[in-house]
Design a protein around this ligand. Structure first.
Ligand SMILES: [Cu+2]
Length: 395
């Protein structure tokens, strides 16, 4: 790859030097002698350039149509799994449609005018310094369209970010660190205990302040489980550097900033099981598994272990390049019915219990105390032996 890049750079440098020498030649022959005339475009040259412009327009359109037919199917743009996701997708579709419409027209105009006004011996270019009417048109139309888009985006964003304090919500802490995630639920009282990186110790991986009574019933988890149809307010923190909690299927993303708490609220609307049964997802899974089974066959032929088939799951990813293993910073997200969630939730140990268990285990290491004197005796024996050997040598 590096050698290819070097080759490309050398080729580009060569072209640049060639072009420079051409310019130099032209500047040396401004007087209008024979060799200079051959460099001046004739009507024939201009015609060729004009038709090439049209040809290029055709090429752009053909490429666009081909790309839409081949890659225009966006299953993920129709499969949002949160209530606000539809609004985000709408915004995306409107932006895409607008860009498509504007670029189709402007590219046509650009290439058409380049063709229509190609150089001709009998024609002289019309010079004008400004045209207020034209400038007005190309300023006002984008202003109106962009203002509409931005306003729509702002209203959508505000609706997503606005959390009604009275609402029945679940509070979850999403804690980012190099390179992984930790989850802390607010527990029965639905209030997250205070936290600080200085309190991280043993099982208390998110640094909950255990002197805060609200921390006692908090619940830690290694995967994010959420009940369907219930609003969840996620409080994001980071232990070290800037991370970004990205939930692609829920159209949610929020930076996790060290030293501060950011938040994002969303309501999951499709359970994992329901999503797995959707046609687009099933097609995607079978496509992935086809590739995996081909790879597995190669691995088995080499005597290695086959790959496990892929099963669809929602994911939480990091969307900021935060270090070496950034790519590996992901966590499974499970959306289930409220009954299933409550059952799982009730079976979890609270943080208070976990810390107490850890303390008890640390305070009762009776086995270790027995081991220690034995080691000492052994050391003592070795010392005695050495002395004996030394004594023998001296004798
Ligand atoms: Cu990260």
């Amino acid at each position: 790859m590096t050698s290819l890049l070097i080759l490309v750079i050398v080729a580009l440098l060569g072209i640049a030097i060639w072009q420079l020498t051409k310019i130099f030649d032209l500047t040396q022959n401004v007087s209008g002698n024979e060799s200079c005339d051959s460099e001046i475009a004739t009507d024939k040259d201009n015609n060729i350039q004009g038709y090439l412009m049209f040809g290029f327009l055709g090429f752009i359109y053909a490429l666009t149509i081909f790309s839409i037919v081949k890659y225009g199917h966006f299953p993920l743009l129709a499969n949002s799994a949160s209530e606000h996701g539809k609004d985000v997708d709408n915004l995306m579709w409107i932006s895409l449609a607008l860009i498509f419409f504007v670029q189709t027209i402007t590219q046509f105009l650009l290439h058409y005018f380049a063709f229509a006004n190609r150089g001709r011996k009998d024609k002289k270019a019309f010079y004008f310094s400004d045209n207020e009417k034209l400038e007005m048109i190309w300023t006002i139309i984008p202003v109106i369209v962009l203002s509409g888009l931005i306003l729509y985006g702002l209203f959508t964003w505000n609706a997503i970010m606005n959390v009604d304090e009275e609402e029945d919500v679940i509070y979850v802490e999403v804690y980012a660190k190099q390179f992984g995630w930790d989850i802390r639920y607010a527990g029965k009282d639905n209030v997250l205990g205070k936290a600080n990186v200085r309190f991280i110790k043993g099982v208390n991986v998110t640094g909950a302040d255990m002197s805060d009574p609200n921390s006692q019933d908090d619940i830690l988890a290694t995967e994010l489980r959420l009940p369907v149809g219930k609003k969840v307010v996620m409080k994001m923190r980071s232990q070290d550097v800037l991370h970004s909690a990205y939930f692609p299927h829920f159209r949610a993303q929020m930076n996790c900033v060290p030293g501060m708490v950011t938040q994002f609220a969303m309501t999951p609307s499709v359970t994992t099981t329901e999503m797995r049964e959707r046609e687009e997802i099933m097609n995607r899974v079978s496509r992935i598994n086809k590739v995996r089974s081909e790879r597995s066959a190669e691995l088995v032929a080499k005597g290695e272990e086959a790959l496990a088939p892929y099963v669809f799951d929602y994911v939480l990813l990091c969307n900021k390049i935060c270090g070496r293993s950034h790519y590996n910073m992901q966590m499974k997200v499970v959306v289930e019915t409220e009954a299933e969630f409550n059952k799982w939730f009730a079976a979890q140990k609270t943080l208070g219990q976990l810390v107490a268990d850890e303390k008890a285990a640390a305070e009762a290491p009776a086995v270790e105390e027995v081991v220690a004197p034995e080691q000492n005796t052994q050391e003592l024996e070795t010392v005695v032996d050495t002395t004996a050997v030394v004594a023998q040598v001296i004798k």
